[in-house]
Write a protein that binds this ligand. Sequence first.
Ligand code: SAH
Ligand code: DHB
Ligand code: MG
Length: 233
Amino acid sequence: MQKNFAATDPTLPGYLDSLLYPEDPTLSETRRYSEAQGLPAIQVGAFDARHLEVIASSISANTPRMKAVEIGTLGGYSGIALTRGMLKTAPAPHEVMLYSFDMDPKHLRVASENFKHAGLLKNVKFFEGPAVAQLKKIENQGPFDLVFIDADKVNYPNYLDWAEKNLRAGGILLADNVFAWGYLNAKTFPDEDTKLAVQALRLFNEKLAHHKGFFTTFMPTGEGLAMAVRLSH
Ligand code: SAH
Ligand code: DHB
Ligand code: MG
């Protein structure tokens, strides 16, 4: 039998919230402080942060040092989830590092305060500037175990190329917003920027789905979370 694509039971969100408490006080304070500082409220949802944390906790298998890359820091909400996930299975706290990229200095200042409040400042390095250029600075520290893409959508295909070259075999690629806010199959768009973003997301999804170097799925979260494993051959 062909099952439905998404779970439509309206009681499920409340049920899962009470089962998992996906947003603990550290994350809810991170969200509150980021919004109070005037950052846009476009961080991943609490349930998606839980997905990131669980997935990040799974990357330790064949590497003592756990190194993740986040493209699009904002206030550090998703980055804190990724870092805490890695810490859950790391051999020691100093073996965990998140390399997080954003072009907005204010976002990075707020993120740094949120990481400090979470007690995770030792486990993160921030890079300021357009990510395509900044990513070159860490290539000599790879290969990496996980790459999470969540910055400017027009560069998603370029971030995919970077991840292909800099993820270890078995490493994990994640990307937010791959359902393009409901415009994936649209023919008209509210504005030119949305059109360019959607076109780039379509290209990203096609490249990733057909990529010989990745084994891919698209998780039907609210925003669409692509997840792919870097293959060894
Ligand atoms: N991952 C975050 C949300 C990121 S929002 C979370 O879930 O908590 C997207 C971020 O990408 C914004 O902070 C924005 O400043 C940044 N950004 C946009 N274009 C960028 C670029 N070209 N290079 C680096 N960062 C960029
Ligand atoms: C936008 C960006 C995001 O990463 C997101 O999750 C939601 C919205 C945006 O640029 O509008
Ligand atoms: Mg996003």
